[in-house]
Design a protein around this ligand. Structure first.
Ligand code: ZN
Length: 221
């Protein structure tokens, strides 16, 4: 905890004081354009990997970046999603899974969850992922299987997201766009589901070398 206390001190003296204008504005309200639903895993820092600032992303995090199907307001997720769309008017919702995910391991090896009864119940919201993996991915093993599970789970959770009335209503009005992303811890790369090809394609790749030099030439000229 000492590290956190020292961090708080450093934040207040070095960061907050130099960005006072931003924090004063944010104290009056927030208007994030993006809702980011991801895993609680400590190795994922949404603001760091997307290089966004406070106030730019509204977050929802839990084990396995799971979106329980709408349950008439009985789950915290119901309220968080409703608030993001109806009050904050976010225009984009990203469901972001990741490689090496412990929750995905639990889905593949439910026998390892004997001492985690709450997790076992929670992962029932990803039963469809479990079934898809069992029926279609017998040929994969190890990390490849785990990453494929994270990918399929993101698609399953996007379907669950569509069961929420506010999501459905905003989709009908084209007021929101949904995205399925998977983050690779090993490389820092992000992949986005492309419904046309049915593949996860890399996002945010640096532009090809010749494009960079052409751009530099234009600026220099
Ligand atoms: Zn995870």
């Amino acid at each position: 905890m000492q590290k956190l206390i020292e961090g708080l001190h450093r934040f207040q003296s070095e960061v907050f004081s130099t960005q006072r204008e931003l924090f004063t504005r944010l104290a009056k309200g927030q208007s994030p354009e993006v809702m980011f639903i991801t895993c609680s895993d400590s190795r994922i820092n949404p603001s760091l990997i997307t290089q966004t600032r406070p106030g730019e992303m509204f977050s929802l995090r839990n084990a396995g970046n799971i979106v329980p199907p709408y349950s008439h307001g009985t789950q915290g997720e119901d309220a968080t999603i409703e608030f993001a769309l109806a009050s904050l008017k976010v225009q984009h919702i990203v469901v972001c899974g990741h490689s090496c995910c412990g929750a995905m391991k639990g889905l593949l090896h439910p026998e390892a969850l004997e001492d985690l009864p709450a997790m076992k119940v929670w992962l029932k919201h990803a039963e469809a992922t479990q079934r898809i993996m069992r029926d279609n991915y017998q040929h994969l093993h190890g990390d490849a299987l785990l990453t494929a599970t994270a990918e399929e789970n993101v698609l399953v959770q996007l379907e669950n997201l569509r069961t929420h009335p506010t999501v459905r209503e905003h989709l009908e009005r084209r007021a929101v766009t949904l995205y399925g992303w998977v983050y690779k811890l090993e490389t820092g790369q992000m992949f986005n589901y492309d419904p046309v090809s049915g593949q996860f394609l890399r996002l945010g790749a640096p532009p090809p070398r010749d494009l960079v030099s052409a751009e530099a030439g234009r600026i220099a000229g």
